[in-house]
Design a protein around this ligand. Structure first.
Ligand SMILES: *Cc1c(COP(=O)(O)O)cnc(C)c1O
Length: 497
């Protein structure tokens, strides 16, 4: 299996190299040259670990053998890392959708699904390539990737990790989760800016040849744990298969029937994994792209124009407060039938003018797969409340965006195809907003709210969040955007700047 650049500006690389490089050094993202095809009946009876091993093996090519991959997936999705026997359980709401719960891992959000597995592959890739450099993983986070990456990579030999998060742009629980990370190789820095600023900072450092030369001379290379890295994206394909088989088991569909998925979306990584599952042969009809008030994707899907020049809103679903959805680039590469020239031009325009417009053919192809909608803050809160009142089922604010947009999708299209709503975080991770949506008081401390929400609903607090406020924590470091490179050099142990 070879990986090529979405912008046609780099040689084809193997799986291991796509992981160690993180993204294409001259800008662009690695994508599989050919998407593997499967017969869905072959995988229907497998455990999550086995299913993950079988699917990952299709993407690793010859770089990893079946035995190694199986060892990795067994460790990643073991009972002591995920709180349920079923790694990604599917809830069936009577006369309602199915819900795929992706938050039973160690940090209570779906990022664990990939980041518990990815470090093994990165270490393995370095060994395979004879790479003796120290790897510094740079992470830009809107809240959840940071902690999941810190947990995944802490104390992995030969690897350090540095996380940038927007100061004031993450929830108190998210910030505390990051600052209480143990491990000798972990660093966390707050940046005066928003998530897009953090992501641009990281992307610019990857693309800066002189900067990377300096690191390289000191025996350090950069890599990424964001979904721009194929090693982060590929493990996410697995749970779409898992949910499909659950829908068959629940008798919502027969094997081979179409199924819709509704995905709360920010950086377009999760939903893109669903798209790859579809391309592999999983009968997904429509992928519903659910956004909050930062509805740049809704507009894009409807008009074909991507315009990031718009106000940035801080919402109750902060992990989706994003205006530049990186993985859309991979999707457009597929929609334009590997039109690397077009993709390169569109992203050049996005950088220069803040917007681009795709051609009609690309837009029509896109509309045959994707449907986009968005949710206001009031509607998000109402969705939390309604879902609780109707089913006694507690959801977080991101998942609530999915529920609300799904209702809009049904109303606008009358599509009766059964659907799975992808639930991306534990309700306790965004407890303040969830508690208020259910009528609780606003002013209490987030950690008091944890138990108040549990008392109110009878739902136990996620095990990774209980006791968080009494753990030892690192000092908080806040920097301006222009100090990003300096922070990286310091983390890499390189003197001067
Ligand atoms: C990261 C995240 C999202 C957005 O996922 P993308 O892959 O960036 O589209 C949605 N919800 C939660 C809770 C998240 O942590």
């Amino acid at each position: 299996m070879q990986y090529i650049s979405t912008r046609g500006n780099y040689k084809a690389v193997r799986f291991a190299e796509s992981l160690t490089l993180g993204m294409v050094p001259r800008g662009g993202l690695f994508v599989p040259e050919k998407i593997p095809q499967v017969d869905i009946r072959d995988y229907s009876a497998l455990s999550y670990q086995e299913l993950s091993a079988r699917i990952m093996l299709l993407y690793t090519g010859v770089d990893f053998n079946a035995e190694t991959v199986r060892k990795y997936t067994e460790q990643a999705y073991s009972a002591h890392r995920f709180e349920t026997v079923d790694t990604a359980p599917v809830k069936s709401l009577p006369q309602g959708p199915l819900v795929l719960e992706l938050w039973h891992g160690p940090t209570a959000a779906f990022k664990d699904m990939a980041l518990q597995l990815m470090p093994s592959f990165l270490s393995g890739s370095k060994t395979l390539l004879g790479n003796k450099k120290r790897t510094l993983i740079l992470v830009a986070t809107s809240g959840d990737t940071g902690k999941a990456a810190l947990e995944g990579y802490r104390d992995i030999p030969g690897i350090d990790i540095l996380v940038f998060y927007p100061k004031g742009g993450v929830s108190r629980v998210q910030e505390m989760q990051m600052l209480t990370t143990a491990g000798k190789n972990t660093r966390v820095v707050a940046v005066k800016g928003n998530f897009d600023d953090c992501q641009n900072l990281v992307k610019a450092l990857f693309a800066d040849e002189a900067f990377n030369k300096k690191l390289s001379d000191a025996g350090v290379e950069l890599s990424s744990a964001n979904s721009i890295n194929w090693g982060r994206l590929s493990p996410q394909i697995v749970y779409y298969f898992r949910a499909y088989y659950a829908a068959v088991q629940e008798r919502r569909i027969l094997m081979g029937d179409p199924l819709n998925f509704v995905v709360p979306t920010g950086n377009f990584g999760n939903i893109l994994a669903g798209f790859y599952a579809r391309e592999m042969g999983l009968p997904i009809k429509t992928l519903v792209c659910a956004s909050n008030r930062n509805n740049v994707l809704t507009d894009f899907i409807r008009t074909g124009t991507y315009n990031r020049k718009r106000p940035f809103h801080k919402t109750s679903s902060p992990s989706m407060d994003i205006l530049i959805s990186s993985n859309l680039e991979r999707f457009l590469f597929e929609m334009s039938r590997h039109g690397a020239g077009k993709v390169a031009r569109w992203y050049q325009e996005l950088g220069d003018k803040g917007q681009f417009k795709v051609d009609d053919t690309t837009r029509q192809r896109m509309n045959s797969v994707l449907w986009g909608g968005f949710t206001t803050e009031e509607e998000t809160a109402a969705a939390v409340k309604n879902t609780w009142e109707k089913w006694k089922y507690l959801i977080d604010t991101h998942t609530a965006v999915g529920f609300d947009v799904y209702a809009k999708y049904q109303a606008e299209t009358s599509d009766k195809t059964p659907a799975v709503i992808v639930s991306t975080a534990s309700p306790f991770k965004f407890n303040q907003a969830v508690y208020q949506a259910l009528g609780g008081h606003a002013e209490e401390d987030e950690f008091t709210v944890l138990s108040a929400l549990s008392d109110m609903t009878g739902v136990p607090v996620h095990r990774s969040l209980a006791g968080l406020d009494s753990l030892p924590r690192m000092d908080e470091i806040v920097i301006g955007l222009s100090d990003g490179p300096k922070a990286v050099l310091a983390a890499a142990g390189v003197k001067g700047s």
